[in-house]
Design a protein around this ligand. Structure first.
Ligand code: PEP
Length: 257
């Protein structure tokens, strides 16, 4: 990933309450500092549950920790009668830089369609958040349509109408690899990430395609991260399970060492 700062992102899902989040972020910052992690070389971000964000924000600001953070989801609306939803404006007010949009668990358990995902991408951008847009095929999709068709179509649907200068991160997460312990091979992931970059170029132009980071996600661990990071179109990882273990997540972030 020439000229693109790698991003190692930890999606905590529904794990760690606000007290646990404080201890976790402190330990993470210490272990990266001990290892003299170069934060200019590799950006590290955590995605805690909404109820942790105020604690994480306060700690990161107070201790000037070089970590970024964001929400795991965002409402497509900015305010109003949407019980249980979280506005992008609220996330921005808590200094979130990023927000995950279209995670396969949202698509699967909350019936989020490509249309909803596109509206959430817009809501994120409208509120100054960088969307981390997740795309990926199920095992059935893979069998029926081959490796790239579904993730490329999901990307096209979510970014249609975005301006060419849109700041965006794409995460390719094959659903069959998430939480399964069986990641895609680096070569499989590269094939799809390359197709996603081509789709970015068609939709947003060459500059956007060259500057947008595309992450791989799905059973990433310290033992397999390096193979993904050697691929020319993979610029980081979105990590689920392994992001809940400080030592493991820190060594994923230190994949260069
Ligand atoms: C995820 O859900 O974003 C993910 C990549 O999970 P895991 O690393 O546990 O496969």
């Amino acid at each position: 990933a020439v000229n693109r700062t790698p991003l190692i992102a930890g999606n905590w899902k529904m794990n760690l309450d606000h007290l646990q989040s404080i201890a976790f972020v402190q330990k993470l910052a210490w272990s990266l500092k001990d290892a003299r992690h170069d934060f200019d070389q590799v950006e590290v971000a955590v995605f805690p549950p909404f109820t942790d964000l105020r604690s994480v924000q306060t700690l990161i600001a107070a201790d000037k920790l070089p970590l970024e953070f964001g929400g795991q989801d965002v409402s497509q609306h900015d305010s109003g009668a949407y019980t249980g939803e979280i506005s992008g404006a609220f996330l921005r007010a808590l200094e979130c830089k990023y927000v995950i949009v279209g995670h396969s668990e949202r698509r699967q358990y909350h019936a989020e369609t490509d249309e909803v995902v596109a509206a959430k991408v817009s809501a994120a951008r409208r509120n100054g958040l960088v969307p981390v847009l997740c795309v990926g095929e199920t095992a059935d999709d893979l069998e029926q349509h081959g490796p790239s068709a579904v993730p490329v179509a999901q990307l096209q649907a979510a970014i249609a109408g975005l301006p060419k200068t849109a700041d965006l991160v794409v995460a390719y997460e094959p659903v069959w690899a998430i939480g399964s312990g069986t990641p895609a091979t680096p070569e499989q992931a590269q094939t799809v990430c390359k197709a996603l970059r081509t789709a970015l170029e068609e939709a947003l132009g060459q500059d956007a395609a060259a500057s947008t980071r595309i992450l791989y996600g799905g059973s990433v661990k310290a033992a397999n991260i390096a193979g993904f990071m050697r691929q020319p179109d993979i610029d980081g990882a979105l990590v689920g399970g392994a992001s809940l273990d400080v030592a493991e997540f820190a060594s994923i972030a230190r994949y260069r060492q």
